[in-house]
Design a binder for this molecule. Structure first.
Ligand code: ADP
Ligand code: ZN
Length: 603
């Protein structure tokens, strides 16, 4: 069988995604490869397909227990012989898997990296023909990555024990050259064919919101998205508790995940989410690696993360099935303080020297700055992300909050005068300038300790902008800085007036500030078609019956295509994207009946 036939027959795809074919060709020709693709780019097919075409067995090293189980379930569904060995199995179960593997039953065997040191797997690998070792999440071998796993360093030892060195294929979504070099060196890849695909995720929509109330904004985002599955990331455990509680009060099917919950509850909640029993997950960044749920249609960041690396990875968990999905970030100035606190008080890596630790801290602050820049930019958001990851792009993607947003020009001359005169009054009184935070607090009439100590509450500008949050006042300050009417003193970062401030203060110059209307709600109103909903219901029933997550049966992309094509025969059913032979045999009748019912009802 050739690779294109195998792609259709087993995976149900008509064409390869960018990069897949080159990597597969490399592996089939016996070369080592390194594939760098964004999350959702389609890394799995790159080793699963060669595993079908090569003789013997492919060993897949994967760090994630839950992911292994899902992948093996999905492969089995597609008629591919696969199994996994990890700590979730009992001794007896492991022995059964090994016995069947010895009999040559499996085309793919997933193992956790810790296992590779064990006698069982080594003996097995020595006795069987191993054509390929695929290393998933290969950045775990590098200390520079986010998820360093010392057991990954043992992979070369394992390879050395084999009678013949198989081809080694490493995959990761982490693009930095440092991590890439580490992977090649530490895994001992030999002249690998390296392929880095683009970082763009065209099906993702990006938007930054600066809401007056985050809770209100969240409600506005969630209500039109009822019935869809999404993740809400919060910066802290307390945030997760609060938001999850609130969602449940609104009657939304939410569950939660953070490192403070016991293992049993974490597993239960994660399963509720995977099986769509609770399609909304509220979580800290502890939730994520290993979430292979393809039908996540939105990711909302309730707080700004610490870096764009983290943001893109977390937001990237939306839309892995290639369907349009949305990524919202709810920004407030306070998020910056929280992120700084988390950086300063983060659990440092004990293995680092004092000097390395200081360097890491500086790096974290630089990353934070880039993240804040994303929240403030008026330019294309996708462009900003791709710039950061070093990829060419057009000026306007035409499909992010900033490209699509309606900018309304609002006259803010009065507000600008208030800000500028407050800066002036404070300087008059104290004889020196203060930072933006204190100016904002004074204007919004805050009873903050420093405000009172310095006597700023006695100024005529105190409380001039009462009723606005300090965050909103900060926006005016930022805008005035951007326009050159305010500047930061180089030494202390205090705010001071500039040569042009007088034009607004005394000469009545008018100032207009673009204020963006959120376009998101428009986009959300694309109501799902009745047939799609019917197919989704059927998928849900089948998944409950078989005890597998819904997306293992068919992805949302497949259901969308099915709803559009409305197949009437098995042959037509096979033409639906994502339908392979085995799945057609298993599910064609159920879905064809559902489509028939739907059409009959409509007539
Ligand atoms: P990654 O491991 O890179 O995050 P996956 O291997 O999980 O990505 O693939 C993500 C999604 O893309 C899956 O739903 C998969 O079915 C789909 N996919 C992979 N290859 C193709 C292809 N050639 N055509 C269409 N969809 C594909
Ligand atoms: Zn854009």
């Amino acid at each position: 069988m050739n690779k294109r036939d195998a792609l259709k027959k087993y995976f149900g795809h008509e064409n390869f995604r960018p990069g897949q074919e080159k990597l597969i060709d490399g592996i089939l020709s016996g070369r080592d490869v390194l594939g760098v693709m964004p999350t959702g780019g389609g890394k799995s097919v790159c080793y699963q397909l060669p595993a079908l075409l090569l003789p013997g067995v492919t060993i897949v090293v994967s760090p994630l227990i839950s992911l292994m189980k899902d992948q093996v379930a999905a492969l089995t569904e597609a008629g591919i012989r696969a199994a996994f060995v990890n700590s979730s199995l009992s001794g007896g179960q492991v022995r059964t898997v090994y016995r069947r593997a010895w009999a040559g039953e499996f085309q793919l065997l997933y193992v956790a990296p810790e296992r590779l040191a064990g006698e069982g797997i080594v003996k097995l690998a020595q006795g069987l023909e191993v054509s390929l070792v695929a290393v998933d999440e290969a950045h775990c071998v590098s200390q520079w990555g986010q998820d360093f796993r010392p057991s990954y360093l043992k992979i070369p030892e394992f390879l050395d024990k084999l009678p013949r060195r198989p081809a080694v294929a490493a995959f990761t979504a982490t693009a930095t050259s440092q991590v890439r070099e580490d992977i090649v060196r530490l895994l001992g890849l030999e002249r690998p064919l390296t392929l880095v695909t683009g970082y763009d995720r065209p099906n993702l929509y990006f938007e930054v919101c600066r809401p007056r109330s985050k809770s209100g904004a969240l409600r506005d985002l969630l209500l039109p998205r009822m019935g869809k599955s999404g993740i809400i990331y919060c910066a802290t455990r307390a945030g997760v508790e609060k938001v999850c509680e609130e969602l449940r009060d609104w009657g939304l099917p939410a569950t939660r995940y953070h490192a403070g919950l016991d293992e049993e509850e974490r597993r239960r909640n994660q399963d509720d989410f995977r099986f769509d029993r609770a399609p909304i997950m509220v979580a800290t960044n502890a939730f994520g690696m290993g979430i292979d749920k393809s039908n996540v249609s939105y990711v909302i960041h309730y707080n700004m993360p610490k870096s764009l690396e983290a943001y893109y990875q977390e937001a990237g968990r939306a839309g892995r099935d290639g369907e349009r999905a949305e990524c919202f970030l709810l920004y407030s100035g306070r998020d910056v303080e929280t992120a700084k606190f988390l950086i300063e008080n983060g659990s440092g890596n004990d293995e680092l020297t004092e000097e390395e630790r200081a360097e890491a801290l500086r790096r974290d602050h630089r990353r934070l700055e880039a993240m804040v820049g994303y929240c403030h930019t008026g330019g294309c958001l996708r462009g900003y992300l791709l710039d950061y990851f070093g990829q060419e792009h057009s000026d306007h993607c035409g499909d992010c909050g900033n490209c699509l947003g309606d900018h309304e020009l609002a006259d803010v001359t009065t507000q600008a005068q208030m800000v500028l005169s407050c800066v002036r009054r404070v300087e008059d009184r104290l004889g020196y300038n203060v930072g933006a935070a204190l100016i904002a607090q004074t204007l919004s009439g805050s009873a903050n300790k420093r405000v009172l100590e310095l006597g700023l509450d006695e100024l005529s500008t105190y409380g001039l902008m009462r009723g606005q949050t300090t965050g909103q006042v900060r926006e005016y300050i930022d805008f005035l800085k951007e326009k050159g009417y305010l500047e930061k003193e180089p030494e202390h970062g205090a705010l001071r007036l500039t040569k042009t401030s007088g034009e607004i203060l005394f000469r009545g110059r008018k100032l207009e500030m673009p204020i963006r209307k959120s376009p998101a709600d428009e986009a959300a109103r694309t109501v799902e078609s009745g047939l799609f909903q019917a197919l989704k219901d059927l998928r849900y029933r089948l998944s409950q019956k078989e005890g597998v997550p819904p997306f293992v049966i068919f992805s949302n992309a497949t259901l969308t295509d099915m709803a559009a094509r409305r197949p009437r025969s098995v042959a037509e059913f096979l033409r639906v994207s994502g339908v392979g032979e085995v799945k057609a045999r298993k599910y064609a009748s159920a879905f064809l009946l559902a489509i028939g019912d739907y059409e009959a009802e409509r007539e």
